[in-house]
Design a binder for this molecule. Structure first.
Ligand code: GNR
Ligand code: NI
Length: 172
């Protein structure tokens, strides 16, 4: 296993549209293992492959509560089949936009289909934090960051914050 470097905005790779995976192979699973380790190390509750520079439709997630046993989830080629009309606000953050948080409205339930760690198809409804996180991660696969939903002013504020954090980390 390996901890991979996480890209931060304005890295242009974060705007790429990721490609479907042809089959879930041992190579796919190795990448997912490394992504999970990278996510736990960060720490974060989700990670899309493009955040480590790989433009493939792969996501890892663990939304279990602190202190609870680890509950990793793996998503290959996820698709949203249905979304409810009702939107719910949630304060989001992103490892690619370090130390910036803001509230985003998203559909409160989405029906998704994806391939799991073993390449088996799963189709289910996601709600609560699961719905927030899968939509945030699937946006990464399309090159979208949560700050793209904010006003120009708030997005610029986020970008300034990231630049400052990156500068501090570089000099530390
Ligand atoms: O760790 C993360 N926390 C989070 C909080 C609210 C909404 C979305 C997220 S995902 C984020 C990790 C990340 O950047 N995934 O792409
Ligand atoms: Ni993110």
């Amino acid at each position: 296993m390996a901890i991979l470097p996480i890209l931060t905005t304005p890295d242009p790779r974060l705007k790429m549209v990721s490609e479907p995976v042809e089959a879930v192979t041992d190579e796919t699973r190795k990448l997912m293992d490394d992504m999970l380790e990278t996510m736990y190390d960060a720490p974060g509750i989700g990670l899309a492959a493009i955040q480590v520079g790989i433009a493939k439709n792969i996501i890892v997630m663990d939304i279990s509560e602190a202190g609870a046993p680890a509950a990793p989830r793996y998503f290959v080629n996820p698709e949203i089949l249905e979304s409810v009309e009702e939107k719910k606000p949630y304060e989001e953050g992103c490892l690619s936009v370090p130390e910036y948080f803001n509230v985003i409205d998203r559909p409160e339930k989405v029906k998704i289909t994806y391939l799991d760690y073993n390449g088996e198809r799963v189709t289910e409804w996601a709600e609560g934090l699961y719905a927030v996180c899968i939509q945030h991660e699937m946006d990464h696969l399309k090159g979208i960051l949560f700050i793209d939903y904010l006003s120009r002013m708030k997005r610029d504020q986020a970008l300034r914050k990231v630049r400052k954090v990156n500068k501090m980390n570089a000099s530390a």
